[in-house]
Ligand binder design. Sequence first.
Ligand code: DAH
Length: 340
Amino acid sequence: MTMIEQIHALRVDIERDLAAIASPEDLERFRLAHMVKKGTLQTLTDALRTVPKEDKPTVGKNLNELRKLAENGFEAARATYERRTSTQRIDVSLPGRAATAGSVHPITQTLDRIVDIFTSMGFDVAESFDIEDDDHNFGKLNFAEDHPARDMQDTFFIDDAERADLVLRTHTSSVQIRVMEQMSPPIRCIMPGRVYRNEAVSARSLAEFHQVEGLYIDKGVSMADLKGTIMAFAQRMYSSDAKFRFRTSYFPFTEPSAEVDMSCFICKGQGCRICKHSGWLEICGCGMVHPNVLRNCGIDPEEYSGFAFGFGIERVTMMLTGIDDIRMLYDNDVRVLRQF
Ligand code: DAH
């Protein structure tokens, strides 16, 4: 039998077998007879090698047509008769695969809320340099030349061949000075930003963290305005039924100076983990801007007065979330971040 005759004979077989498929078993039998490596089609294809060169195109073409016919017939029969296993079946009741979305970092969330509350009270937002000169970070804020805060232990100094007075700002109070130098009263401004201190990293402190500074300068601003503003802010941020206490304190740039405690918004003063069982939470440092500071910025303390305050954003976030190790805020562990 010539190759052409063999191809015709096989075509008759394949057409007959295709027509006879009526069950998954028939389908499998067809596959094993014709479609596998040792099946009829491949055997003939292998024999193509023995065909004289001049006949190859015709024989090859016939064989290809037969293969197409077998494959199409097999695929069609398969659609009907193939036995489906459970993994192939589509379970329309399965819930879809949800795409996980990112979220705003808890520190940014806290800052956004702080900004919202103060802007609704008429405050602007200002930012300034992380690298400051000694004058803005200390001098104009009325720090004495030998004040311990200037000490190597607290401050990161910038190694600069041309200027010896550059530091990484240790607090956002430096921005108060920048703002007062550039604007004239009335000034109502909050100043969020990153600050740096040469401190050992622990559960309570980092060498790099965030603060928000507040400043209000106008004619006739009094301590009562300071109290009212801080209480209004804290009631919106933490709890509307909070109690407050103002403790006297000392900062070179304010006189008088105070620190503000608020009754713990979790336990309502009973004592809990968040307030370290004292019933009180320290919320900020503040005071009336020192006349020297106003003068240093070209504002006449006889005409204007004002208050300032400052607090740490990480600390606020920790109080609000119950996170008790500040480092967790920077580990970027999604198991933590996903909760906020
Ligand atoms: N700068 C102070 C600190 O880093 C916080 C502070 C206290 C800011 C009193 C103020 C203020 O504006 O009036 O600890």
